[in-house]
Each structure stands twice: as structure tokens, then as C-alpha cells.
Design a protein around this ligand. Structure first.
Ligand code: SF4
Length: 292
């Protein structure tokens, strides 16, 4: 798939694509955490029901979408999440689940392990203290690492995400040692983005581009055995094609999310051809292995 996408970029034929190759679907804005850096959708009451979600999946597949990242909020708060995963798989879509990891359990993993291409879990600190200072909840570190172990034992590929900010900037090496234990397919390290709730914590959290670059050099050398994706603020802007819980389709940017329409009422092609979609940037981002 990667090779195909790189060929698309080289040949310029990506301009003729009728759909994004990858869609990030924020199925709910509800969450069991209140992370200070959260830039996901907030307080969206309306959520598509199971039938609507399945219909949209059919539509995405028919239009040519290849990969879906199911995210939130916390997607495991949806009682139908396993049905959504199984339906998407049955269509031939590649499915990743992006979760804070706290609600994973044996039953869910058994139900879905054959249908998920990857589970993405966030680890922001090497202990409870740092996780609490960033995510406002005590004792989550132990639960997250316990559940990472459970995912690993099921043989489901793992991706670990880490948000870098002032709170954990000096601890990324320690986090890397924890990440290594789970033998992930990749480790994605994000630069803090002052967006949505994160805007309130800009002073407390923000690091400079230069600090992020310095960290990149240091950690890349230290953990050469890990496949690391570095997601700077620039990487974020304009490269995603997101569906929000109510079906609105958004092109997120740091300053604001641009709504380009709604997936229930418009065709994928029409949305994809909106002038706010930067097709080249999208394909470049989607071509990064394990990128979500
Ligand atoms: S960052 Fe993720 S886990 Fe944290 S509040 Fe936002 S959606 Fe929930």
C-alpha cells in the first residue's frame, strides 16, 4: 500500500484519486479522561448510530478509502465498537483503533483481535505522577501498561503515541525504555499543539520547534531499533481527513478545524474535491508506515 501511495505522489496521479486513502473517524467526543492537551472534538452530543456508521463505512469503501482509524474521544465508550470493527473488516478496510487504553479488556480483545490491524495507545509519562500532571487522572499509568501487556499477549500489533510537552520533555528517554518492552510496530511522538483544551495550557505545556528538533536527534540515535514517527505541528496542519461524531467532515488545523461538509448527506468524492483539502499533503502523511 505504501509503495502504491509513493508511486501516486511521484506520478502526480494522486490528483485523480476520488477519495482519501485514509480517514480518521472520531466516533464519539465522550471520554473517560480529561487530558489537558486534548485537541479532539469536544462536547458533540449527536453521534451516528450503528446503522448509520455501517452505511458510511460502506460508502467510504465504495469510494476507495483503504484505511480507517477509529478514534474519539474514547472509542471504547461506544457499546457497538466491536460491531463497527467487524463490519469495517468485512468490507476489506484496514482498521486501527486509537484508544487511551483504559477500557480494554479480555472480552473485547478476543472479539476483535482478528479484525484489527493495530491498536494505538498513548503513553505520556514513565509513571503515574507525570501521567496525572498531563491527563488529570491518578494511577492510570499502571492500568495503561497492564493493558498494553494484554494487547501484546493477544498478538495484536501495537502503536504507542506520546505527546511531548514541557512536563515530559526530559523524560522521553525513560518513556522510550517502557515503549521498547511492548515491541510496538512504531512509536509516534507528537509535539504539543495548543488547540481546543490544549489552548488553555499553552504556557504550561508548549515546547519550541527547536526543542522538538533537538529531542528528535537525541531520541532517534538512542532508540535506533524503534520505528519512530515524529509529528511536528507542521505535520498536523491540513493533512488529516476527519469524520466527527455527528458526521461532519473536518480538515483540522491548529488555529481552527475547517468543516467541509457532512458524510451523511454528501458523497465522499464531493468532500474530497473540496478546495480546502490538500490532497498531496494527505497522501504524503498517509504514506508514512503505521501513520494514523
Ligand atoms: S486526549 Fe484522548 S484520552 Fe485524553 S481526553 Fe482527549 S480523547 Fe480523551
Amino acid at each position: 500500500m505504501l509503495q502504491n501511495q509513493l508511486q501516486l505522489l511521484e506520478s502526480d496521479t494522486f490528483k485523480e484519486l476520488t477519495a482519501p486513502t485514509k480517514v480518521c473517524w472520531n466516533l464519539t467526543s465522550r471520554c473517560n479522561l480529561q487530558c489537558k492537551f486534548c485537541y479532539g472534538p469536544q462536547n458533540i452530543k449527536q453521534e451516528l448510530n450503528t446503522i448509520q456508521v455501517k452505511k458510511v463505512l460502506d460508502k467510504l469503501k465504495k469510494a476507495g478509502v483503504q484505511r480507517i482509524v477509529l478514534s474519539g474521544g474514547e472509542p471504547l465508550l461506544r457499546k457497538d465498537i466491536h460491531k463497527i470493527i467487524i463490519h469495517a473488516y468485512s468490507l476489506g478496510l484496514t482498521i486501527s483503533l486509537a484508544t487511551n487504553g483504559l477500557l480494554l479488556n479480555e472480552m473485547f480483545l478476543e472479539q476483535t483481535k482478528n479484525y484489527l490491524s493495530m491498536i494505538e495507545i498513548t503513553v505520556d509519562g514513565p509513571d503515574n505522577k507525570i501521567e496525572e500532571s498531563m491527563r488529570g487522572n491518578k494511577k492510570i499509568f499502571h492500568q495503561i501498561t497492564k493493558n498494553l501487556e494484554m494487547v501484546k499477549s493477544k498478538g495484536i500489533p501495537i502503536k504507542i503515541n506520546t505527546m511531548v510537552c514541557k512536563k515530559n520533555f526530559l523524560l522521553i528517554e525513560q518513556i522510550g525504555l517502557i515503549v521498547k518492552k511492548y515491541n510496538p510496530k512504531c512509536w509516534k511522538i507528537f509535539q504539543f499543539i495548543p488547540k481546543n483544551r490544549g489552548r488553555l495550557y499553552k504556557e504550561e505545556f508548549e515546547i519550541t520547534n527547536q526543542e522538538f528538533e533537538q529531542l528528535k536527534q537525541k531520541i532517534t540515535n538512542k532508540f535506533s531499533e524503534l520505528d519512530i514517527i515524529w509529528a511536528s505541528k507542521d505535520f498536523f496542519n491540513g493533512s488529516y481527513f476527519d469524520i466527527y461524531p455527528n458526521g461532519n467532515v473536518m480538515i483540522p488545523e491548529i488555529e481552527k478545524d475547517n468543516q467541509i461538509g457532512n458524510i451523511l448527506t454528501q458523497s465522499v468524492e464531493e468532500l474530497w474535491n473540496n478546495t480546502l483539502v490538500d490532497k498531496k499533503k494527505h497522501i504524503q502523511q498517509a504514506a508514512v508506515p503505521y501513520e494514523s
